[in-house]
Write a new protein. Structure first.
Length: 178
């Protein structure tokens, strides 16, 4: 008999998740590896609640621990992602070297609005066309390169307005940025 989590997973690639769990279980860092592979397999590159529940049940891991991992590591997302990703570090080293200005520049270039409170410290927002997700992280662990920006999984250090513009021009938006 199928569990409730399993039954809710019918629209998801359950066979793939099962194969990843079987392949990774018992290895060092198994949970991280499982979550990473499953997210990569998702068309919108994220981890829906029902998938996390399924992984928790199948691996006998507390759901709270899985959420702890997913929310700790910047590479995981709980919401659908655009095919392009831009991630701007808002840690102290990057902040003191101008990351707020870079974030505001990226938001403007992508046509994204700040929320009403102007909150930009913790952000994950996708453009209305679904093409690009802009996120912030607390630290990339590359503080010597501050300010640091990641564009489509490539890390760029010592960023400034001009180099950020160049990096944003590499995004696949179906046309040039204005
Ligand atoms: S604060 Fe930005 S990389 Fe550490």
């Amino acid at each position: 008999m199928q569990s409730a989590a399993s039954q809710r997973l019918q629209t998801f690639d359950q066979a793939f998740v099962d194969s990843v769990i079987a392949e990774r279980t018992g290895r060092p860092g198994a949970l991280l590896g499982i979550l990473q592979k499953v997210q990569e397999h998702q068309p919108a590159q994220y981890l829906p609640t029902e998938v996390l529940e399924y992984i928790a049940a199948k691996t006998a891991t507390p759901l709270s621990r899985i959420y702890g991992v997913v929310t700790f590591y910047a590479l995981f997302s709980l919401a659908p992602q655009g095919k392009n990703s831009v991630c701007i570090c808002r840690g102290t080293a990057c902040h003191t070297r101008g990351s707020r200005d870079l974030l505001e520049q990226a938001m403007m270039r992508l046509g994204l609005q700040q929320d009403q409170d102007g909150e930009t410290e913790s952000l994950s927002v996708t453009t209305p066309d679904g093409l690009t997700t802009l996120r912030t992280v607390a630290c990339f662990g590359q503080c010597a390169l501050a300010p640091v920006v990641e564009v489509n999984h490539t890390i760029f250090g010592h960023m400034n307005e001009r180099s950020l513009q160049k990096a944003l021009e590499t995004l696949d938006l179906g046309g040039p940025l204005s």
